[in-house]
Design a binder for this molecule. Sequence first.
Ligand code: PBG
Length: 325
Amino acid sequence: MELIRRPRRLRVNETIRNMVRENHLREENLIYPMFVMPGEKKKVEISSMPGVYNYSLDEFILALKEVVALGIPSVLLFGIPESKDSVGSGAYHEQGIVQQAVRLAKEHYPNLYIITDVCLCEYTDHGHCGLIEKGQVLNDPTLDLLAKTALSQVKAGADMVAPSDMMDGRVAAIREMLDLEGFTNIPIMAYSAKFASGFYGPFREAAGSTPQFGDRRTYQMDPANGNEAMLETDLDIEEGADMVIVKPAMSYGDIIYRTKERYGVPVAAYNVSGEYAMVKAAAANGWIDEKRIVLEALLSMKRAGADLLITYHALDVARWLREEG
Ligand code: PBG
């Protein structure tokens, strides 16, 4: 064979493979999602997400010690309130569970970068992300509550807010409210391309946020649509989003890629609960090599164009990266 081009030349040993590697995982790019709930001395494992817990505030602070020690710069906070109501008032209460968690975390770890999820579904008794009237999820009346939620989180000390509700106009509403109150420097990371996905199942078990009627298809996107994800992202950036999230991640590499190609903003891939659960279940059965699969999946998100990775595997990944030096 007279082959001139032989790609295998650059794979011949570990050294050259390392030299030409195009993408890397780094702990600086990890965001660790965590769940907080009322009570004391409680650390309840989410049954479909081994290794992921609902924490009472005291246990949450203990858990943060390891997060920080592993060099993970940021956490994304979700709250499970004491009680839920039709207007999700726990989401924007000054003494809400997330607001308390943020204040406490900032006292203990002022440099930990705290991002708060802005949504109503964990706080509403009907489990939807907005107000309900005659069985419909209302858009515009919900915006004010989302903006109030973001403001209360920022007042508690959140460094960044991440609206995940998928109401139209929510980024503008949040930006306006934050600016009005003097928080012009607090960025918004919008869940811009958020699909109505079966991969959120374990999260909803954790947050008790399964819709009590209907589903989220009137606000989250149809998994069949890619162009629509670009429209959503256009709008969010126009409205002031500083960064955008693609969610889920594993089956949505095309959306990550298109988003990165098209926009000049950082892109975060959300490696969601169902993706985590599948990997954990297969690994527990000995069917796959967990470390290898997790690193490969996360690297594929980076290769597609993600700058940041929101993942429940963050602690393990940070440990593995350390082991490998
Ligand atoms: C709240 C929210 C959800 C997730 C993040 N924010 C649930 C949903 O939209 O049903 C999912 C996270 C995951 O599955 O890991 N709207």
